[in-house]
Design a binder for this molecule. Sequence first.
Ligand SMILES: Cc1cc2nc3c(=O)[nH]c(=O)nc-3n(C[C@H](O)[C@H](O)[C@H](O)COP(=O)(O)OP(=O)(O)OC[C@H]3O[C@@H](n4cnc5c(N)ncnc54)[C@H](O)[C@@H]3O)c2cc1C
Length: 321
Amino acid sequence: MPETSADEPGRSTVLLVRRTFLEDALRRAVLRRSGVTYTSGTEVSGLCFATTARPRRVIGVRTPRGRLLADLVIATGGRRDRTFGWLREGGAAAPWRFEESSRLTMYSRFYQLRPGAVPGPLDDPISAGGIHDGFAAKLLLAGGKVFSVSFGILPGDPELQALREPAFFAAAAGRLPATAAWVDPHRSRPITPRPLAIGGLRNRLLRLVAQDGTPVVHGLHLAGDSLCLTNPVFALGVSVAFEQAVIIAEAVRRHPADLAAQMLDVDKAVTERIAPQFDAVLAQDRTRIERWRAAIASPAVADDPSGPTRHQLVRELRRVA
Ligand SMILES: Cc1cc2nc3c(=O)[nH]c(=O)nc-3n(C[C@H](O)[C@H](O)[C@H](O)COP(=O)(O)OP(=O)(O)OC[C@H]3O[C@@H](n4cnc5c(N)ncnc54)[C@H](O)[C@@H]3O)c2cc1C
């Protein structure tokens, strides 16, 4: 783990760890605290409310084993979190919600370096590649001798969706300067039987206030992807989730008993500290979508010797067909 460069203003630290490693470390840290009971394998099926008055006051959650009552509930159900629906079913006013597709389909494949093989070139300590005119191609180190190669395209791109087929994927990866040396069959071999497709990526921000800024509920906060879901390509999810945890802790410390003030405090911080990051992702996604649509619609431009344009790559794939 790097030392303290993230403390310097404007600098951030990248942690390259497997998700399971991070989750295990967090679980151990939580369990070391006294007074914590960790219950896994219990599905939450809804919220419990104190009265029917508005704003609704959440007093716990429903589970198949009965109600679990709490002074405060924090919903962290991830990208498929159902809190919005539970609030509406429970008679709460509609929370503020913005959602938009990232318009990105990814095809990804893992490779392993052969024994004794020297790794290929990188653009930074962990990756190579980036965004081209009409597609993206990225190589990412995954620990040990394993690395992934991913292509990003517009969903339904009539030609580049061929990348889901192993032969086309291999041809494209072998053509790109960022990945060609790495996927040379003498240097590495694929360890996933075929490219894995990732789609349905969305950007979503949910705030527990109505359009006029008044809280729609008391005794409930959101954290993680349930509050702010961003295109995973930006790798922001975990750090934004930690920021949300800090926001909630600060608000609870400042207003332990005044639930209305607590909700407003959280929403103010979300607006000031989370929404700008969300907006930045949204803006970059929109710019990329526009450029990629233009690249698909445009007639062939001159070939680019430093890396294939979309038209060059399509030509390459047609040769394989
Ligand atoms: C392909 C991909 C790559 C990514 N790469 C990165 C990256 O490099 N860096 C980064 O920071 N972020 C990355 N992210 C995003 C990151 O994974 C998420 O932001 C993060 O996992 C959000 O954490 P979470 O706890 O909110 O949700 P999750 O990690 O999704 O956890 C939600 C948990 O809640 C449980 N749950 C849901 N509903 C219920 C219920 N009703 N009852 C009980 N349990 C329930 C789920 O089973 C799950 O265990 C990536 C995401 C994807 C899809």
